[in-house]
Design a protein around this ligand. Sequence first.
Ligand code: ADP
Ligand code: MG
Length: 642
Amino acid sequence: MSTQEKIQTNQENHPFSADVARLLEIVAGALYTNQDVFLRELTSNAADACDRLRYEAIKNPSLTKDNSDFRIHVYKDTESRTLTVVDNGTGMDENELIENLGTIAKSGTASLMKQIKESGSNDNLKLIGQFGVGFYAGYMVGNPIEVISRKAGDKKTWRWESDGRSGFTVHEASPEDIALLDGDRGTAVRLHIKDEACEFLLDEKIKQTIELYADHISVPIYLGTPQDTSEGKSEQINSASALWMRARNDITKEQYTEFYRHISHGFDEPLMTAHWRAEGKMEFSALLFVPTLRPWDLFDPSRRHFVKLYVRRVFISEDIETLMYPWLRFIRGVIDSEDLPLNISRESLQHNPVINKIRSAVARHILGELDKLSRNDKPGFAAFWGQFGAVLKEGLYDAPEHREDLLKICRFYSTKEDGEKFATLAEYVERMKDGQDKIFYISGENVQNLKNSPQLEGFRARGLEVLFMTDTIDDFWLQQVHDYKGKKFQSITKGDIDLAAFDKKDDQEQKEKEPEQNNEIESLIEKLNEVLEGKINTAKSSKRLTGSPVCIVAPETGIDMHMERVLKIHQKYEGETKPVLEINPDHPLIRRLAANNAAGQDITDAAWLLLDQARIIQGEPLDDPSAFAKRLSEVMLSDISK
Ligand code: ADP
Ligand code: MG
C-alpha cells in the first residue's frame, strides 16, 4: 500500500488489492457447483500453517513448547450460524494478515488472476476450476468472514474481518475472539454461513466434506471445538497419516486425486501418478504427479518446480531448486527423505549431495514410468507428450546421464504418416532402408510448413523417412546429441547428402546417357555462381529435388538454416550464413534455362528469381522485395506478350 493510500484509510480499514477485488467478484458471482471445496482450501491452509511451524520449531523449540501437538478443529454453531476452522499452526501477525489476505502475493490464486488477465475471456469459471481460489473460496458459502490469528511466539492477537466486497479491517482481537484460538497461537477462520449454504451447519455434511477433501492431510482434524477435544468429546475425522507413507494398495484413485489437488491448488486430474519407496543406499518415499494441463508459466524463465521436500514426515521446503531437474519442472508432489538431517538450513540443502542423488533417482524413475505409460496407455502418453514433450527434451541437452532414457521416450512426427502420427527413434531405425546409416530430420516452425519443404522431395521419392523437428529446443539438443544407437542425426537442409545409393538403377543409367544436357546444366550453374556471387555459398545440381526447381540449404560447415533463424530471434547470432542454391536439373524450368543458354539481363533476372523463390519457400526475408516484384512482373509481361 502506498503512503498516500495509508493516509486516506485509517489504521484499521484496508482496501483489497485490485486483483483480490476482482477475484471476489468472480467468486461471489460464480454459481459454484462444487461449493464444498472451500473446506478443502481452509483445511489445507491450516495444515500448511502447522507444517510451517513444525519446521520453524526445529530451530526454535520454544515456539511450540507448551503445545507441541498440531491439530485442526472444525465446528459449527447453529445459533450464530457460523462455521469455524481452527489450527494451532504458525499464525499471522498484523502485517501478515494484511499482506496475505488482502493481496494476492503468490500461489495458485496468483496464477489464476494472471491467467484471467491474459485470457481476457469470460471463461473465468473454467479457470477457477483449474486453479482453485484459496482462502477466498470461503466467500462462496460465508459472509462476512472473520480471521482471528496470533503468530507463534507473539503476544498480540489480531482480528481480520471482511464482507468480501470493499475491503477489510484489522485490529486487535477481543478476549472473546482470543477464546476461539487453540492455545496461544494459530488461526481461527469463522464464516457466517449464507442461507443458501446452510447445509454446512450440519455435522454430517462437514464430516463428509472433510473425509472427501482432507483425509490425506497429515494433521489430525477434529469435529468439535478445542475444548471438546480436551474433554474427550470430539471426533477425529481424517486418518491423519501422510498419504505418501501408506501402501499403494490402501490408497484409492480418489484419494490420490484429492491429494494431487491439495498440493497443486488445482482441480484437474493427474495424468500420471508415481508413488514408490526407494530403499537401499538411499531411502526416500516419493509421491509425484504429472498434471493433465501445462501450467501457464511453463516456459517462464523464473518458473521452478513444485515438489515439496519432507524429511521424515516434517515439511522442509518447496523451494529446493536442485531437488528436481528443470526439465521435470511440471511435476508436482512430495519427496520424503529418511537420510537428510532435520536441522539443516534450506540454503545448504541446495548443494547437499543427498539431494543430488535423490534428483537423479527420481528422474530415472519418472522416465521409466513414462516409458511404461507410452506402452500401456498410448492416448494418455500422446496427451502427455503434447503438453510436456518440449520441456522434457531440454533434458537431452542438459542431462547427458539421462539421455538414453529420454531418447527412448521422445516422439517425433515424420514423413511416414505424413506428420499425423508420432514415431519413436527405435521405430525409425527399424524402418531405415538398406544402406541408410543416418537419421534424417528437418527442423522448422511447424509440421504443416515442413511437410511442403522442397528439400524433402528427393527423400520422399526414394522412400526415405524424415523426422520433423518443430520445437525450438530441437535445434539445440541436436547440437549436443550426435547419434542414436550409433546412427547419426543428419539435417536434410544442411550440407551434401549422398542420395545416389538409394536411386533406382535405371535412373542412374539414364543420367549417364545424357552428357550434352549435363554440360548445359554445368554452364548454367557457372552463370548462377557468377551472378549471385557474394549472395550464395555456391550453386549446384541437386539430388534433393523432384518437383521444385530450386531450394536452398545450409553449407556443410555452416549453421543449419532454422537454427540460424532461432538464434537471430533470440538475438544470439548476427552473422549471415550464405546458403547453397540447389537446382533441379530435371525440372522443365531449369532445363529450358540451360538449353536456351540465357545471357545478359535474362540470366541475371532468372538467377535472382530462382534464389528469391527458394528464400520465400523457406520463409526467409528477401534482400530486395521490390526488385523481386519488378522482375516477376517483367517475366509475366514477356510471357503475356508472346
Ligand atoms: P495459498 O494457500 O495458495 O498461499 P490462500 O489464498 O489459501 O493461498 O492463502 C493465502 C495466504 O494466507 C497463505 O499463503 C498464508 O500465508 C496465509 N494463510 C491463510 N490461512 C492461514 C492459516 N490458517 N494460518 C496461517 N496463514 C494462513
Ligand atoms: Mg491455500
